[in-house]
Design a protein around this ligand. Structure first.
Ligand code: T3D
Length: 263
């Protein structure tokens, strides 16, 4: 068993978080949740981190909850699974969606159960062609959680969401991309270089504006057009006061690449 459930490396503006339980396809334990929450908290407040990249060690991305932590001991009362969602999964998904820095998921292998929720909570999902997405919940008598019932119908439509959730069938990465569930599927050998290149590009971008863009798109499903127009006005006001906007316009007029600072 690996002892460090999460590897964290910060380089060139990108914090790379690697789920590191390859022998269990990076299934979530309490220790992995705690390490991930702490790393996301640090990344939120560290100005040197302007984008994040989340991936998995070994052949899997994340197989959801580690079921060996759920094996009932003889005589033990039945566990209230709502408590685990409240304590770990819901804060994780909220934190990823609320983090105003771009987050890229490099889905290197199977994503199952809450592992799908983890991937879909990221802003841009790139998957290896050999990866797949499995709503494994129905296979073990559970309901999709970790945001799955919110993400799936919005990204793929309700017919596909329902099919995935009720059957638990594996959806290969290329089909997931065709369905709009993820950004794209790439050859396995290209996954990490493409995902890293994208994360570095975003980290060197106008990250304050990218964070506000993320806020606008995340609020959109709950808003009517009028409210969304008001939100765009407010966020644009904020972006327009930023240094990156001045730099972007100056660079355009001077016909040179911009040097964004994220301010
Ligand atoms: O409990 C709560 O708090 C509620 C929250 C729930 C959130 C959830 O995510 S519920 C859903 C939990 N996840 C699953 O049900 C998925 C279980 N895993 C699988 O169905 C399969 O492993 C996969 C389809 C993902 C991959 O299959 P395959 O054939 O490629 O690999 P494998 O041989 O099944 O797995 C490799 C090893 O990882 C294996 O261990 P072994 O035999 O080599 O010692 C397997 O037991 C282990 N593993 C895979 N997933 C999990 C796991 N061990 C514990 N928990 C897992 N989720």
């Amino acid at each position: 068993m690996t002892e460090t459930p999460l590897l964290v490396a910060v380089d060139d503006g990108v914090a790379t978080l690697t789920l590191n339980r390859p022998e269990r396809l990076n299934a979530f334990t309490a220790a992995l949740h705690e390490a991930l929450a702490a790393a996301l908290e640090r990344a939120t407040h560290d100005d040197a981190v302007r984008a994040l990249l989340i991936t998995g060690a070994g052949r899997g991305f994340c197989a959801g909850q580690d079921l060996s932590e759920r094996m009932p001991k003889p005589g033990e009362a039945r566990r209230d699974l709502g408590n685990g969602l409240e304590r770990y999964y819901n804060p994780l998904i909220r934190r990823l969606r609320g983090l105003e820095k771009p987050v890229v998921a490099a889905v290197n292998g199977v994503a199952a159960g809450a592992g799908v929720g983890l991937a879909l909570a990221c802003d841009i999902v790139i998957a290896a062609q050999s990866a797949s997405f499995i709503e494994a919940f129905s296979r073990i008598g559970l309901v999709p959680d970790a945001g799955n019932t919110w993400f799936l119908p919005r990204l793929a439509g309700s017919a596909r969401a329902m099919g995935m959730a009720l059957t638990g069938e594996a959806i290969p990465a290329e089909r997931a991309a065709d369905w709009g569930l993820i950004w794209k599927a790439v050859p396995d050998a290209a996954l990490m270089s493409e995902a890293r290149e994208l994360a570095v590009r975003l980290a060197h971008g106008p990250t304050r504006a990218l964070g506000l863009t993320k806020r606008a798109l995340n609020r959109s499903p709950a808003n009517d057009l009028d409210s969304q127009l008001d939100l765009e006005r407010d966020l644009q006001r904020e972006a327009g006061l930023g240094e990156d906007y001045r730099e972007g316009v100056a660079a355009f007029l001077e016909k040179r690449p911009p040097r964004f600072s994220g301010r």
